[in-house]
Design a protein around this ligand. Structure first.
Ligand code: FAD
Length: 459
């Protein structure tokens, strides 16, 4: 991009505009996933909705390509486009809690840790993901699930309103009563419809929670899954447990003899009475005595950041996902096979519960397309060393290919990997694709917002 255009942009905006010749450029174009190496023409660090409006007008009027960045955590690096301009919301990192109304309004550059920290001070929380550096923006617009999902639903089920800058430059609030069609689409349709500048969430009383980590040898995967698939869906809503395949990390709370071993396990979050939670989790003996079973009460934000240190920014990632409503016997064999073949110590498979409270809204109440799913699965190859990028991607794609026949056909939109193609995007938005395309035509008829799992505006 010509430096004259950059200078023009700088004159109009309050936040800095970073181009390829600026010293901050290398740092500014880094995203969480180091496999992504895109070179945008500029990144605009927006301080407020006014900056977003000015940036958007500039990009649109000059026919430039646009991307929007929340926390920069998407697997395929959707917040950057080679040669395009990124509206970076990172400076908009603020949270206002209304403890009486039990709501929080959150700036779109905030991370989950910002939200949890601010709400925890009042003994409150809302459902979101399980790693504190993840951006609220992309997570919310895709749906959002985490430890509180069985008790209080998806993140989008707790979204009360969103302030949005639309493609035509107007600034509106979307809620059940204002622009309800847009509000419907924002709750699961990804970043297709505008730049959300703030999110308002319903909060719930959540303070210290009961945490558990249980692991068995990977060879026990079939037995554990056979028990878990029956136990979890009928467990009380206070009991959340995601199933995982993992290599035990070399540190506490795991005993040394387990370090480096491939295992299967469950991470628990118990939101009920703390006095009884350890007793409730003794069910873990049913598939066979685990090699390790750890329980402790923890302030909710501690649980939310438990895995942060294991997976800092800058590692290689390739992931794919699928929704599941059952785990048939042959699928258990696939999980065992790929658990035994985990390619690197950090690579993993997780099955996140999306049932219980997340089943209460009707199938068409929000754009979240798989209300009848019981698990949202993710297969993630992870490693610090770029030399292993090929191996982790191959394991992930092979695993996904073999497990996909047992899935519901589509993935959680935020677990889609790079290059999965438009057919897969349609499968992911499922029965809601056509309605989303109608909303897209109303709010973004020229597809300005296309750096996402893209929905074509209806003709
Ligand atoms: P970005 O890369 O900044 O954005 C992703 C997409 O959203 C882009 O298309 C972008 O344009 C769009 N977007 C972001 N903000 C806005 C906005 N304000 N307005 C318009 N469009 C916007 N997901 C879960 O639900 N639960 C989990 O527990 C969970 N755990 C995760 C753990 C890790 C380590 C990682 C890397 C991801 C995890 N995810 C989880 C997936 C996560 O939801 C996605 O990666 C999500 O895209 C992250 O959002 P972001 O804002 O950080 O990403």
């Amino acid at each position: 991009m010509e430096s004259a255009i950059l200078d023009l942009m700088r004159a109009e905006l309050r936040g800095p505009v970073i181009g390829p010749h600026d010293p901050d450029y290398t740092e500014a174009r880094k995203v969480y996933n180091a496999m992504i190496d895109k070179r945008p023409a500029a990144l605009i660090e927006c301080r407020d909705a006014g900056d977003v409006m000015a940036a958007l007008a500039f990009i649109r009027d000059n026919g430039l390509e646009l991307a929007v960045r929340g926390g920069g955590h998407s697997g395929p690096g959707l917040c950057l486009v080679d040669g395009g301009v990124t509206i970076d919301l990172a400076p908009m990192r603020w949270v206002h809690v209304d403890p009486d109304a039990r709501t929080a309004q959150v700036g779109a550059g905030s991370r989950l840790g910002d939200l949890d920290h601010a709400t925890h001070a009042f003994g409150l929380a809302t459902p979101a993901g399980i790693v504190s550096m993840t951006g609220v923006g992309g997570l919310t617009l895709g749906g959002g699930h985490g430890y509180l999902t069985r008790k209080y639903g998806l993140t989008v089920d707790n979204l009360l309103a969103a302030d949005v800058v639309l493609a035509d430059g107007s600034y509106i609030t979307a809620s059940e009563t204002e622009h309800p069609d847009l509000f419907w689409a924002l709750r699961g349709g990804g970043g297709n419809f505008g730049v959300v500048t703030s999110f308002t969430y319903q909060l719930h009383p959540v303070d210290t929670v009961g945490v558990g980590i249980t692991v068995w040898p990977v060879e026990k995967t079939r037995d554990v899954l056979a028990w878990y698939r029956e136990y979890l869906p009928q467990a009380p809503e206070d009991v959340y447990g995601f199933f995982m395949l993992l290599t035990i990390p070399p540190g506490p709370p795991f005993p040394e003899e387990l370090h480096g071993k491939k295992m299967c396990g469950i991470v628990w979050c118990h939101t009920g009475d703390l006095d009884g939670f350890e007793e409730d989790l003794t069910v873990v003996d049913e598939p066979g005595t685990p090699d390790f079973h750890f329980t402790a009460p923890m302030p909710y934000p501690i649980l939310q950041s438990l895995f942060d240190e294991l997976i800092p920014t800058g590692y290689q990632w390739y992931w794919r996902g699928d929704f599941f409503d059952r785990i048939p016997d042959p699928a258990m064999g696939v999980h065992l096979e790929y658990g035994e073949k985990l390619p690197t110590p950090l690579s993993l498979m997780h099955l996140y519960p999306v049932d219980a409270a997340a089943h209460r809204p009707g199938p068409d109440d929000t754009a979240w397309s798989y209300r009848d799913a019981v698990w949202s699965g993710v297969f993630a190859g992870i490693d610090p060393d770029p030399a292993n990028a090929g191996a982790i991607k191959e394991w992930c794609v092979d695993y996904w290919r073999d497990i996909h026949p047992y899935s519901m056909g589509g993935s959680y939109v935020n677990f889609m990997g790079e290059g999965e193609g438009q057919e897969r995007v349609r499968a992911t938005y499922g029965d809601h694709y056509d309605r989303l395309a109608q909303v897209k035509r109303t709010y973004d008829p020229y597809n300005l917002f296309h750096a996402n799992q893209n929905i074509d505006p209806a003709p």
